[in-house]
Design a protein around this ligand. Structure first.
Ligand code: ADP
Ligand code: MG
Length: 237
């Protein structure tokens, strides 16, 4: 029996270790407990467990490496999307362990994360970081090249109001991607606002959270759901 993961136990760990980088699975579990909508995800420690979790969740599924030492899972060859059956899950499980160990020898591996494959929507990013001058800062942007190359993000110092987060969503240059693009229906902006507010609350409630990265969140016409998450805690006292 492992003890259930709670913010309380993680804060204890940060007090002992100074800095704790949570894996995707751990981050999603904690954010889920705080009312943030995350895609159903489990941790598999063996190939057969990966198949069992997939069958529980229902196909198609996604498999990803679960390691606190591997931050960029795709770059490490650690992500396999659109797996449709047990055979594909078994193969993906083996490939992920083989490829990531090659790229990151010595990385500590907890297992492989198994999750539902989300249907296509608009990928956005929600983040929080600590600024030396301003304290906790909330970030919103579109996924992929929009953030990485165009640096198209909006920022606000926490605490934020509903009006602040509404502006954050609307003021990015790529805003039109959210209002109906290439046959996709417009996304429900209020669900993104809810998530921004929930992340700001989480940061306020737990000042030890130094970084939070939801990348991506997939936005739809009726909801928004986190498919990748990373939380870093630091005890700076
Ligand atoms: P990393 O950012 O560590 O490379 P991600 O978990 O973000 O890994 O996965 C890479 C990409 O795969 C995401 O940006 C997203 O496009 C896609 N993806 C990841 N998880 C899912 C999922 N559960 N459903 C649908 N697409 C996903
Ligand atoms: Mg990601």
């Amino acid at each position: 029996m492992t003890t259930p993961l709670t913010m309380h136990t993680i804060i204890e760990r940060a007090r002992n270790e100074g800095r704790v980088v949570l894996t995707e699975v751990e981050s999603k579990e904690l954010l889920g407990q705080s009312g943030i909508s995350v895609i159903d995800t489990g941790l598999a420690a063996s190939r057969s467990e990966a198949v069992a979790i997939s069958q529980q969740l229902g196909f198609p599924v996604v498999l990803k490496i679960a390691s606190p030492d591997i931050v960029h899972k795709s770059d490490a060859g650690g992500v396999r999307l659109e797996l449709e059956n047990p055979g594909q899950v078994e193969r993906a499980y083996d490939e992920i362990l083989r490829d990531t160990v090659q790229k990151h020898p010595g990385a500590s591996v907890q297992g492989v994360s198994v999750q539902k494959m989300a249907t296509p929507g608009v990928e956005v990013i929600i983040g929080m970081s600590q600024d030396v001058q301003f304290g906790p800062v909330l970030m919103f942007g579109l996924g992929g090249v929009w953030v990485e190359i165009l640096e198209d993000v909006s920022l606000r110092v926490i605490p934020v109001t509903r009006r602040d987060v509404r502006e954050m969503v609307k003021e990015i240059k790529g805003y039109r991607m959210l209002t109906g693009y290439r046959g996709l229906p417009p996304v429900d902006e209020s669900k993104l606002e809810d998530m921004l507010l929930a992340v700001a609350d989480f940061a306020t409630q737990y000042p030890m959270v130094k970084e939070l990265d939801l990348n991506p969140v997939i936005a739809y016409s009726d909801r928004a759901i986190v498919v990748d998450a990373r939380v870093v805690l630091e005890d700076t006292e």
